[in-house]
Design a protein around this ligand. Structure first.
Ligand code: HEM
Length: 252
């Protein structure tokens, strides 16, 4: 039985479909082979070709908080698409549509709770990832630019949380948006214009809800996907940092 299974697996690994995706039959055996795999395979090409053994320690990268943030974002995308099938961005229907998702839609409560929990955990994970990068000095040359990209990612994460908070159109979200737009309107000179941009008017009603919906489901995800790809590409180019206690790091 096992032999047959292994034969089938070997067959799959030699098949044209497998090779067209993964570009090789088995695991890489030599150093050159490993580097070639990293270059050619889509799924791993985004990772650095080499990583220092000590850098992979959970104590150094604080449980890989950056990776956890990435997976939380994937969960948010998947559950968010599910919610988009039922949520109605209308001032009259938004609140009821969320109630329906929770009480009537199959798997609705699970998906909504996953979305809420992942959103809150992501803010936490991104923040702790930033603290890790700061306290291990990983923002230093040559990673200064990636730190800047990271700050943009943090801003986008917070905007995601804020815009998502408004969408259920309940008392909490409504008044959070009201307070935020009033604060924006209080900025000297540009305040009223900023409020106009945020609300699509002077009052918090349908145009504001639609505006924040589009920002939440399109503008921010696009910006996030682009910047995360850029962030990863930079990690690959700058190489993953070495722990401060190692000789290799001290020599730099
Ligand atoms: C959506 C938000 C973010 C995601 C998904 C993300 C993802 C990642 C991942 C997966 C890594 C490599 C693994 C790890 O160190 O955990 C990493 C490294 C890095 N991140 Fe982020 N990150 C985010 C936000 C930030 C923020 C807010 C900063 C700083 C302001 C930042 C700066 C960096 C730097 C400098 C590195 C290289 C670390 C090193 O080489 O040791 N990132 N990021």
């Amino acid at each position: 039985m096992m032999d047959k299974l292994l034969l089938v697996l070997q067959g799959i690994r030699r098949s044209r479909v497998w090779l067209s995706i993964f570009r090789r039959e088995g695991l890489p055996q030599t150093e050159a082979d490993r580097l070639a795999m990293n270059r050619r395979n889509f799924f791993v090409h985004i990772l650095p070709a080499k990583i220092y053994k000590e850098s992979a320690r959970l104590s150094y990268n604080w449980l890989w908080m950056g990776v956890i943030a990435t997976w939380l974002f994937v969960i948010l995308l998947l559950t968010g698409v599910f919610l988009m099938f039922y949520y109605v961005p209308s001032a009259e229907r938004a609140y009821d549509s969320v109630r329906e998702i929770v009480n009537a839609v199959p798997l609705g409560r699970f998906m909504r709770n996953m979305h809420k929990w992942a959103a809150e955990l992501m803010v936490f994970a991104v923040f702790f990832h930033m603290l890790r990068v700061f306290f291990t000095g990983s923002y230093q040359n040559p990673r200064e630019f990636n730190w800047v990209i990271g700050v943009l990612l943090l801003v986008i994460t917070v905007l995601f949380a804020f815009s998502g908070y408004i969408l259920p159109w309940d008392q909490l979200g409504y008044y959070a948006a009201k307070i935020a737009s009033n604060i924006a309107a209080g900025v000297p000179l540009v305040g009223p214009y900023v409020q106009q941009i945020l609300l699509g008017g002077t009052d918090l009603w349908q145009p504001a809800l639609l505006r924040w919906y589009v920002i939440h489901v399109f503008v921010l995800p696009m910006a996030m996907i682009f910047l995360v790809a850029f962030h990863f590409w930079r990690i690959r180019k700058d190489e993953y940092s070495k722990p401060y206690w190692t000789e290799e790091r001290k020599r730099r």
